[in-house]
Design a protein around this ligand. Structure first.
Ligand code: SF4
Length: 400
């Protein structure tokens, strides 16, 4: 039952028992991190606008006994900034002929990362970005900074993340994200959009009828001018906008091209897109977004033959990316999955935009938590590593 709704309900029940029996000190401090894609999925399912859905989910988790409800904008922005800086370093190393640097391949999709580890071994791993995904950055932030701020040991906190796919459970279960000394995981339990819908249904509750609650802001507002906004998006794909952000960042930091317009155009199919930065007839940057298994296979084959023309690829296992994640709520009213994903993409792009380089919380956490942007602490908490794994005979392989 690890990583399941049963485990979550058991922990919530245990906590309630401790509190009712006056054993407050044995209860765990329950933190819920909401990522944006499941919120949009549930908003669509219950006909709510994104802000109302976020507040209703906050209210629901509070009723269940959660102590703190967080959104993940700070973690999203850490992942984007660290990925962009990693790209600059890799690009420069590649100019010095260091092998295995470029193309840099995104690492925030555990479906893709596990596939790469299991099928392509050491060949592909050097190309995969070492920046942690937002879920795991959030795990570090909650277990190793929020706990200090709250005066709690990490193992006293039970950290739940709400995610669009089951593969995020695999990611949270990786040894790399388990602290043996403290006997605790950075993310204890991943609950998906579908599981959350099922929990509501089994409790006979409609999200529409849940009393709204507040999102906690333990580190302050992201943006002083729009401090009342509670759900944020990013430019680019609904999978987090990696390719878009890193493209603009690299255009500026490598080629002094400020405010570049980024346009990803479909190439071959709607799940493979490409953007190019060109100057004086010379291509400076060539980025791609590859969603879905077929496009990933093509990319890997090209890479193996030394024929990949890209500097960076945002690789996501699900067709249409995370808004169409494997555990997002199924389409209603005869809608096709792609139509639903397109609908969610439109809503995603209507959200206020977070700008990672201007996010007050992320910037201040670099100082108060991480001792600077290029510190050992930043590397320890924001980066990870990959491992070649024996050939595929797992459930994941069957899925692929
Ligand atoms: Fe999960 Fe799919 Fe997004 Fe990958 S693309 S992180 S498998 S939802």
């Amino acid at each position: 039952t690890q990583q399941s709704q049963e485990e979550l309900l058991r922990v919530l029940q245990e906590n309630q028992n401790f509190r009712e029996n006056g054993k407050q000190e044995e209860a765990r401090f329950i933190v819920v991190s909401l990522s944006v894609q499941p919120v949009l999925s549930l908003a669509e399912r219950y006909g709510l606008d994104p802000e109302s859905a976020t507040r209703k989910l906050a209210g629901h988790f509070r009723q269940l006994g959660a102590d703190m409800i967080l959104d993940m904008t700070a973690a999203d922005d850490f992942s984007l900034l660290e990925s962009a800086r990693e790209f600059i370093e890799r690009y420069k190393s590649s100019q010095d002929n260091v092998k295995g640097q470029i193309p840099m391949l995104a690492s925030s999709c555990p479906g893709w990362v596990c596939y790469a580890e299991k099928t392509h071994g050491n060949f592909i791993l050097p190309y995969i970005s070492v920046t942690k995904s937002p879920q795991q950055v959030m795990g570090s932030l909650v277990k190793y900074h929020l706990t200090k701020y709250k005066g709690l040991p990490p193992e006293r906190v039970y950290h739940i993340s709400v995610m669009p796919c089951y593969d995020k459970k695999l990611e949270a279960s990786r040894e790399d994200f388990y602290n043996e000394l403290k006997q605790t995981r950075d993310v204890d339990c991943v609950i998906t959009s579908i599981e959350l819908e099922n929990m509501l249904i089994s409790q006979g509750v409609s999200l529409n009828d849940v009393e709204s609650g507040e999102i906690d802001r333990p580190f302050g507002a992201y943006n002083k001018e729009q401090s009342d906004k509670i759900l944020w998006g990013h430019q680019g794909s609904g999978s987090g906008g990696y390719a878009h952000f890193i493209f603009q960042y690299a255009a500026y930091h490598l080629f002094q091209e400020a405010n570049t317009t980024v346009e990803f155009k479909n190439l071959r199919n709607p799940d493979f897109k490409e953007a190019v930065l060109e100057k004086d007839g010379k291509i400076l940057l060539r980025f791609a977004i590859a969603n879905g298994f077929k496009n990933i296979q093509n990319l890997v084959q090209k890479l193996k033959r030394g024929k990949s023309p890209y500097h960076y690829v945002e690789v996501m296992a699900c067709p249409s990316g995370c808004l169409n994640g494997g555990a997002q709520i199924r389409p209603q009213d005869g809608l096709q999955p792609r139509e639903l994903a397109a609908k969610l993409e439109t809503v995603y792009h209507s959200l206020p935009l977070s700008k990672p380089e201007e996010n007050c919380v992320t910037l201040s956490l670099y100082t108060t938590w991480l001792e600077g942007e290029h510190s050992d602490k930043s590397a320890a908490f924001l980066h990870t590593q990959y491992h070649e794994i024996e050939k595929m005979n797992t459930a994941l392989a069957i899925k692929w």
